[in-house]
Design a protein around this ligand. Structure first.
Ligand code: HEC
Length: 128
């Protein structure tokens, strides 16, 4: 990947970013649909957040997780494992140093394991 990225100009990178951010690939069908209770809890978390400090996912990622501009990626219709892995990566980053407010790293630091599973379950069943 590095050898490919190395040869890209800034304007090529911008064009690619715009291209991929406007793609809406079909949802990946998991072998096992997530349990409905987990999906419902994830919907509430995504739309409303959770006490005491988890912000609503869609407050940044826009309604239904469709994404908002270049900064906030679409998170709808992603496979469960992808979301769980990404959130664990952000949490690992948060442990390495105090995250800046308003970043995904800061948000991930507020999530417990159950909430991560809930969010991943819900995001996996909504259309990208
Ligand atoms: C304060 C704004 C904000 C909130 C609230 C927020 N996010 Fe994010 N999120 C971001 C930003 C900014 C990024 C891109 C960060 C990056 O790639 O380093 C991101 C990235 C992500 C990604 C990675 C997407 C990808 O394609 O790699 C996932 C998954 C994600 N967020 C899930 C969530 C979930 C689940 C919630 C709710 C619990 C949430 N986010 C709440 C700002 C937010």
């Amino acid at each position: 990947m590095q050898s490919v990225a190395h040869d890209l100009s800034d304007s090529e990178i911008s064009s690619l970013a715009v291209f991929f951010s406007t793609q809406h690939p079909p949802r990946v069908q998991g072998e096992h649909p997530p349990p409905p209770a987990l999906v419902m809890a994830g919907k509430e978390l995504a739309e409303l957040g959770a006490a005491p400090d988890v912000p609503a996912c869609f407050s940044c990622h826009a309604a239904d997780g469709k994404g908002n501009g270049a900064r906030y990626p679409s998170i709808a219709g992603e496979p469960v494992a992808f979301v769980i892995n990404r959130l664990h990566e952000f949490q690992a980053r948060a442990k390495a140093g105090t995250p800046s407010p308003g970043t995904m790293t800061a948000v991930a630091a507020t999530l417990n394991e159950r909430q991560i599973e809930e969010a991943a379950a819900y995001l996996s069943v909504i259309d990208p």
